[in-house]
Design a protein around this ligand. Structure first.
Ligand code: MG
Length: 223
């Protein structure tokens, strides 16, 4: 984690409303339980929920996954995740464009964390504000897709600077769109040379084996 991000974390955790020391304790408790947490961010429609559905299906029986679903309105995504087989809590922000750490703390009370190995937080679809709020996660993953244009890292550099993983989704649509995957990778790596990149199609399953294999090592604390 770079120094700027670390400062961001300290700032957010000690300035959120409520009981900041309790929040820090909560995330220390997650680590003590052996739970690793990934904050999943993207623009609307890049495929965060579908990626989680496919991931949960592939890792069923291998690890217990919990999901905190962030949406401005509706519980549609939480219902999809529950159907996929993961314990889920929905947060509706009623207009707020990002999740904040105190929302995560409240949601965690609804999850049976004793039985979870890997916790996903699906953030609000937005490439700007979610990058500015630390949720106490171990890792940030940004999802981009071939339908949204190949200029996103250059236009929204902060999101790619604070993420450790980038997932390029909807590879199956490449024959139908003007999208240069190599250009996106070059842009993203110029901002963040440490970024780990996966290329997938949640529709066809392409690339999901590599993503899930890496997730298992991450959840076991090896990545
Ligand atoms: Mg979603």
């Amino acid at each position: 984690m770079n120094p700027a991000t670390r400062r961001c974390r300290l700032y957010k955790l000690t300035n959120e409303s409520g009981h900041p020391s309790g929040l820090i304790m909560q995330f220390q408790s997650l680590a003590t339980h052996g739970i690793r947490t990934i904050n999943v961010m993207s623009s609307p429609g890049a495929g965060k929920t579908t990626l989680l559905e496919r991931t949960i299906a592939r890792l069923r029986g291998e690890m217990a996954i919990g999901v905190i679903e962030g949406d401005i309105e509706t519980s549609a995504d939480a219902e999809r995740i529950e159907t996929a087989g993961a314990e889920t809590v929905q947060i509706n922000t009623r207009g707020a464009c990002h999740l904040e750490a105190h929302m995560i703390r409240a949601a965690l009370k609804e999850l049976d964390i004793a039985h979870i190995n890997l916790l996903f937080i699906e953030n609000i679809g937005n490439l700007v504000c979610p990058s500015e709020w630390d949720l106490g996660e171990d890792l940030r993953a940004v999802v981009v897709s071939t339908t949204e244009g190949d200029d996103k890292p250059a236009k929204y550099p902060q999101m790619f600077a604070v993420s450790q993983v980038m997932i390029v989704n909807k590879l199956d649509l490449l024959p139908y769109v003007d999208y240069d995957v190599e250009k996106v990778k070059r842009q993203a790596l110029a901002i963040n040379p440490q970024l780990r990149i996966f290329q997938v199609s949640c529709r066809t399953g392409e690339g999901l084996d590599a993503w899930c294999e890496w997730l298992v090592t991450f959840a076991n604390g090896k990545s």
